[in-house]
Write a protein that binds this ligand. Structure first.
Ligand code: ASP
Length: 328
């Protein structure tokens, strides 16, 4: 019997068309005709198309992503897998949120998109979509990004190029699958412990501030509406702890129960606040180690925990544990 795949469209370059003067790329109506445009999909699976929205992914809001999780749960019951067409700009964030919220779905959720619109010559859209639909029929329960030659675990993925067709990487985790002449699934695909706490996904706390330091940067206190802080520190989590303004920022967060997570500006490897004296000083002032979380997994995790009413202690616990196969 033919495999069934739910195809959810959300926008992105994939379906864009030239518009306006000067000419720019904007979401177009192409996707409604996707089965006519890519007829070979019928050889792979029976598709059911849902257009959740049709936007440049830079305009996707966290509420949209929570809606996507609901749409996928409600509409994928009789399907073998799900494909989500999404813009590349925020795909890694969406993949991280969905990776956590749909870790127990029990079927593949494959995010894909393209660098060039489907309507253009030399577009990567067609190949990416056919690969994504094929992966969605393979029964491997992962939420992952299918792009270029790889399928990558969503909660470990980052966009790394604006022009290469191999646009995404998961710097701390080997690909789930290689997409070449054959699809070669790796043994860790679908194998991870699911430890996502119950009760997440009703709301997402987005009042989070991200600091990306450079030598001499003024450490301004976060706006009073901010509920969580991510500092993308140097290397293994080092910060200029001698700076009174940074000390004041950390003390401010601690006094106000604002969790402060330390990540790294380096995509590969992770934070270890025990390696250097400066890291130890940050930990002593209340910093939570972001370990190997990508920026997107870190923001997704903090947003989900705080959105569910979690405390800084809950955020600390969350970063100490892999919820859905994310490297920690
Ligand atoms: N701006 C586009 C988007 O994220 C880029 C893309 O899809 O490649 O929607």
């Amino acid at each position: 019997m033919a495999k069934r795949v739910l195809l959810v469209h959300t926008g992105g370059t994939f379906g864009m068309a030239p518009s306006g003067t000067p000419v720019t790329l904007a979401p177009g109506p192409l996707v409604a005709r996707i089965l006519e445009e890519v007829p070979e999909l019928a050889e792979v699976a029976e598709l059911r198309l849902t257009v959740a929205f049709n936007r440049d992914s830079a305009s996707v809001e966290p509420g949209d992503i929570l809606d996507l999780a609901r749409i996928i749960r409600q509409q994928s019951g009789d399907c073998d897998g799900v494909v989500l067409i999404h813009g590349t700009d925020t795909m890694a964030y969406t993949a991280s949120v969905l990776g956590f919220l749909l870790a127990d779905l029990g079927k593949p959720v494959v995010l894909t998109g393209s660098q060039r619109p489907l309507a253009y010559v030399r577009s990567d859209a067609r190949g990416n979509l056919v690969d994504a639909v094929t992966l969605a029929t393979r029964g491997v329960p992962e939420v992952g990004v299918c792009f270029g030659e790889h399928w990558l675990r969503g909660v470990a993925t980052e966009k790394r190029s604006v022009h290469r067709y191999q646009a995404f990487e998961s710097p701390n985790l080997p690909p789930l699958a290689e997409l070449g002449l054959h699809i070669q699934m790796h043994p860790h695909a679908g194998r991870f412990e699911r430890q996502v706490p119950a009760g997440l996904g009703q709301a997402m706390e987005c009042a989070l501030a991200v600091y990306a330091p450079f030598p001499g940067m003024p450490w301004v206190l976060p706006h009073e509406s901010i509920r969580g802080v991510l500092i993308e520190a140097y290397g293994t989590g080092n910060l200029p702890m001698q700076r009174p303004d940074l000390q004041a920022l950390m003390d401010h967060c601690r006094r106000r129960d604002i969790p402060l997570v330390v990540g790294s500006l380096c995509p590969s490897g992770g934070v270890d606040l025990k390696t250097y004296e400066l890291g130890r000083m940050a930990a002593e002032r209340g910093a939570i180690s972001g370990g190997m979380h990508t920026r997107w997994a870190a923001l997704a995790k903090m947003g989900l925990v705080l959105g569910a009413g979690g405390t800084p202690g809950d955020v600390r616990d969350a970063f100490g544990k892999s919820w859905a196969g994310e490297p920690v």
